[in-house]
Design a protein around this ligand. Structure first.
Ligand SMILES: NC(=O)c1ccc[n+]([C@@H]2O[C@H](COP(=O)([O-])OP(=O)(O)OC[C@H]3O[C@@H](n4cnc5c(N)ncnc54)[C@H](OP(=O)(O)O)[C@@H]3O)[C@@H](O)[C@H]2O)c1
Length: 274
């Protein structure tokens, strides 16, 4: 399993199984199959409603806990000092784990809540309940504030990232501050068919004897970005993991770079209504 390193020295597997919209039983089967395939990183969140199923699959897989990397997230309504502490305990209970490998503030909901939630997360990190802490859906100005107030620097920022939204500037800022980028919606989520139809990607995929989703994941990996492809289909779970036996050359990396449209599909980070 290929990994990247977080700024606290912990390693993080480069590919995670995403589980948004995976209903509990589907998530259970998908996680079980992913772990059998070789995945060691699962991405879930309290709001996905499948933490219990993910935890059950982890337990039933027989994979040793120390070989696994589990990410979950603090939901918006739980932001705040006491409520974040409680949310961490609830997620640990639901997952049936003694610790979470990476815990993220799910969305930016204002600076006061960010500071209070972060303090609770820092304390849980000190206690060993969280092995790494970070954020999701944070832009440069949100991170600047956090970096100014944090005792422990954020280790990751999970953001929408795909060929149409490449986030080069945000990645550069994060790199400067030791924050690893994780790409959610790497296949453009509900627009996956638009991704599959891109002729440039089809041509590149044919050149390497790979598929468009595999080329997309490989491109992220070569940019030093963790990718979180979601699937509940067994053969697609396998295919999405099979990206480590080829490398895109500079010309193809540049060609994919040319597909950037700065086009966001998910909610803009400063205007989260939920
Ligand atoms: N932090 C956040 O706010 C946030 C937001 C969104 C997502 N996320 C995380 O990121 C993960 C990924 O994002 P996402 O679920 O929105 O979308 P995604 O991974 O970009 O795309 C998922 C879609 O692609 C299909 N798919 C998967 N592999 C495929 C393949 N090899 N060929 C063709 N189609 C394929 C899936 O269908 P099948 O299941 O039928 O294969 C599903 O319809 C989430 O599951 C979640 O863990 C985080």
């Amino acid at each position: 399993m290929k990994t990247f390193q977080l700024n606290n020295g912990n390693t993080i597997p480069a590919i995670a199984l995403g589980t948004w919209k995976s209903k509990a039983e589907d998530a259970y089967e998908a996680v079980l199959h992913a772990l059998k395939t070789g995945y060691r990183h699962i991405d879930t969140a309290m709001i996905y409603g499948n933490e219990e199923a993910v935890g059950r699959a982890i337990k039933d897989s027989g994979v040793p806990r120390e070989d696994l990397f589990v990410t979950t997230k603090l939901w918006n309504s739980d932001q705040g000092y006491e409520s974040a502490k409680q949310a961490i305990r609830t997620s640990l209970d639901k997952l049936g784990l003694d610790y979470i490998d990476l815990y993220l503030i799910h969305w930016f909901k204002g600076y006061d809540k960010q500071r209070a939630s972060w303090q609770a997360m820092e304390e849980a990190y000190d206690e060993g309940l969280l092995k790494a802490i970070g954020v999701s859906n944070h832009n440069v100005h949100h991170l600047m504030h956090l970096l100014e107030h944090a005792r422990i620097k954020p280790m990751a920022n999970q953001i929408e990232t795909h060929v149409e939204l490449q986030n080069e500037f945000l990645q550069a800022y994060c790199q400067e501050h030791g924050i690893l980028i994780e790409a959610y919606a790497p296949f453009m989520s509900w627009r996956v068919n638009d991704l599959l139809e891109k002729e440039d990607l089809q041509e590149i995929a044919a050149k390497y004897g790979k598929t468009v989703p595999q080329v997309t994941l490989r491109w992220l990996y070569q940019r030093g970005i963790v990718a979180l492809p979601k699937s509940t289909n067994k053969s697609r779970i396998e295919a999405n993991f099979d990206i480590f036996d080829f490398a895109l050359d500079d010309t193809d990396m540049e060609r994919i770079r040319g597909l950037n449209r700065g086009k966001k599909m998910f909610t803009e980070f400063d205007n989260v209504p939920y």
